[in-house]
Design a protein around this ligand. Structure first.
Ligand code: ADP
Length: 215
């Protein structure tokens, strides 16, 4: 089971921590602010008051044993960059850092961040995508050109099995789950038949996903 350390429990860090904690993961929350730490006791496995740029304190917490660290420090750009650097130097495999702007993001990548999140920009893109496509209910960008989408099954798929549709060969798209009402069929077999109103969770390149949606 993966263990997560969240550094900086502002709106972003707290939301990440709560979600992971509710999913049953071990979550260590760290903030310099005592009040934030107190609040975090409700939604983390442990919450500690530490200045993240103090390398020795982080070491004492055994942070190097965590699989993933999320740096939710935003306003204090210097602290965000130094914390990212310290975590990478300690050997944490996957560090996700929040950026305030493009330049901050660039520096975070150069510092070693494995993924940089621009919460407002990313949400703006997401909202625009949701608003302009009639079938796409939600999507997650995996890489600039690849996404996972949740899409209402287009008419041409209804009554056909995954094998008949052959989406993998025709569009290089993989259907990873089919939702029918309250039921969800994860990793559906080739014989699974799409019903009217089903929601598909599919992974593929953005152009190919768009083609499916427009068909
Ligand atoms: P948000 O917009 O997500 O609320 P903020 O930048 O306002 O982001 O909040 C970041 C959090 O990070 C705050 O709770 C702040 O106390 C914390 N923080 C800032 N600097 C440090 C630091 N050096 N070490 C630990 N936590 C920090």
């Amino acid at each position: 089971m993966k263990e997560f350390a969240i550094i900086g429990l502002g709106r972003f860090g707290a939301a990440v921590a709560k979600t992971l904690y509710n999913m049953g993961y071990e979550v260590l929350g760290i903030d310099i602010n005592e009040e934030r730490v107190q609040e975090a006791r409700d939604y983390t496995t442990h919450a500690v008051q530490v200045d993240a740029i103090d390398e020795n304190s982080l070491k004492a917490l055994g942070i190097r044993n965590f699989d993933v660290a999320i740096v939710g420090i935003g306003q204090d750009i210097q602290a965000s960059i130094l914390t990212t650097l310290i975590l990478k130097e300690m050997g944490i495999e996957y560090v996700v850092s929040k950026a305030q702007n493009d330049l901050h993001g660039k520096v975070l990548y150069k510092t070693g961040a494995d993924r940089v999140i621009f919460p407002e920009r990313d949400m703006g893109v997401r909202v625009a995508n949701n608003l302009t496509s009639t079938n796409i209910l939600d999507y997650i960008e995996l890489a600039p050109d690849y996404s996972i989408v949740e899409v209402t099954a287009p008419g041409f798929m209804v009554g056909k099995t995954l094998m008949e549709l052959d989406l993998r060969a025709k569009y290089s798209i993989n259907v990873v789950a089919i939702k029918s009402g309250k039921d969800i069929n994860v990793a559906p077999v080739a014989e699974a038949e799409i019903q009217d109103g089903d929601i598909l969770v599919a992974i593929g390149s953005n152009d190919k996903l768009k083609k499916i949606e427009e068909r």
